[in-house]
Ligand binder design. Structure first.
Ligand SMILES: Cc1ncc(COP(=O)(O)O)c(C=O)c1O
Length: 384
């Protein structure tokens, strides 16, 4: 298969796998144990924490390991709200956008059932949050603004720096779901002065089942109420024995991403642009979604008007791509992201998402574009 679904997940880098292996059956200690095996594991976790922090230019103490971005988003959003409630705070508004991942929208919906006012900012036709709405709706009653770094379908990269400034001007916290951006574009917490940031290792060539929440000022800062109880691991914010092999893998994945990002980003960018150019040349009615300038370098969301994405995918024998977010793949509804940027229902059903990656070769990209073009042309002749 030619794998063009790197937004859904990425293959684990062989360097990551090699680093993880000893921690399954040789250095298998529990980092909480006082003996040598336990201490070796604790040192490995500490090293990984440094590696993840280095990628974000953060302090190691500001990283809390979780099971992924879903858990990090829940901890950030619900944890901040519960903490504010228990401290007797009076802010009751949370501001987010209509194109967030479910793992942001559903915690917000949960808080709405507890009396919080949740505002979902609309986006423009490129997928950028509408700034006039943000300026009007983020105010002194806002506790938290939660905005994604980059969209998993159309790749649009939000102006997180400006949003952080706006939130801070009103004393609100800024949480950023950076699951799709970390390891794909250069970003750090100096350029993006966020308070909380979620990431997931399997989106940047690390293992599945591990992620992290960056917390400005550190996990001991009492800014969040834990969602689970039962242990003091991860400052009590994420109790339970830490998954040492996964954390070691995430650390190496972060280090590799940090070292290779600039070159990798350019290579994938060029490959993506060439793939898109070939498709658009052969099928001039096809249109690209998202912002062409501020877009994830590996992302390509294309609408082939009149050709249903499901039919197109069924006619691709060696190319693995998708219609949208993997967590919404069971849904029969059109993509809410495409509708939010103004695409019609019909167009939304005729859109595919491609995501190139570290292991996509030039030859694979060429074969993929040919196969996609052939399939679209074949389906169009059937409809003519
Ligand atoms: C933007 C965004 N946030 C959060 C997540 C959730 O990540 P995970 O399933 O690894 O917890 C995803 C996964 O697709 C995502 O794309």
């Amino acid at each position: 298969m030619i794998y063009l679904d790197n937004h859904a997940t990425t293959a684990c880098d062989p360097r990551v796998v090699a680093a993880m292996l000893p921690y399954f059956s040789t250095n298998y200690g529990n980092p909480g144990s006082p003996h040598a095996l336990g201490q070796q594991a604790a040192e490995a976790v500490a090293r990984a924490r440094e590696q993840v922090a280095a990628l974000l230019k953060a302090e190691a103490a500001e990283i809390v390991f979780t099971s992924g971005a879903t858990e990090a988003n829940n901890l950030a959003i619900i944890g901040a709200a519960l903490q504010h409630e228990s401290a007797g705070g009076t802010r009751r508004r949370i501001v987010t956008s209509v194109i967030e991942h479910k793992s942001v929208l559903e915690p917000c919906e949960y808080l709405a059932t507890r009396g919080w006012e949740v505002i979902r900012l609309p986006v423009d036709s490129h997928g950028f949050v509408q700034w006039d709405h943000a300026e009007r709706l983020i105010d002194e009653s806002t506790l938290l603004v939660t905005l994604q770094a980059a969209n998993s379908e159309i790749g649009t990269i939000q102006d997180i720096r400006s949003m952080a400034k706006l939130a801070h001007r009103h004393g609100a916290l800024l949480h950023c779901d950076a699951a799709q951006a970390v390891g794909k574009i250069s970003m750090n917490i100096f350029d993006w002065p966020v308070d909380l940031l979620s990431l997931s290792a399997h989106k940047f060539y690390g293992p599945k089942g591990v992620g992290a929440l960056y917390i400005r000022g550190g996990g001991e800062d009492q800014a969040l109420t834990p969602l689970m109880r039962g242990g003091s691991q991860e400052y009590g914010l994420r109790p339970g024995t830490v998954p040492v092999p996964l954390i070691v893998g995430m650390g190496v994945a972060a280090e590799v991403a940090g070292n290779e990002l600039t070159i990798e980003q350019q290579r994938i960018w060029l490959l993506r642009d060439r793939l898109e150019k070939e498709i658009l040349k052969a099928i001039p009615t096809a249109t690209v979604n998202g912002d062409l300038k501020h877009r994830l370098p590996h992302n390509s969301s294309i609408t082939f008007r009149g050709v249903e994405a499901e039919a197109l995918m069924a006619n691709l024998s060696t190319v693995a791509l998708s219609t949208g977010a993997a967590c919404e793949s069971g849904s029969l509804d059109p993509s809410r992201v495409l509708l939010a940027i103004g695409r019609t229902h019909d167009d939304a059903f005729c859109t595919v998402r491609m995501g190139l990656g570290r292991f996509t070769t030039v030859e694979e990209a060429q074969r993929a574009s040919k196969e996609i073009i052939d399939a679209v042309q074949f389906l169009r002749t059937l409809l003519a």
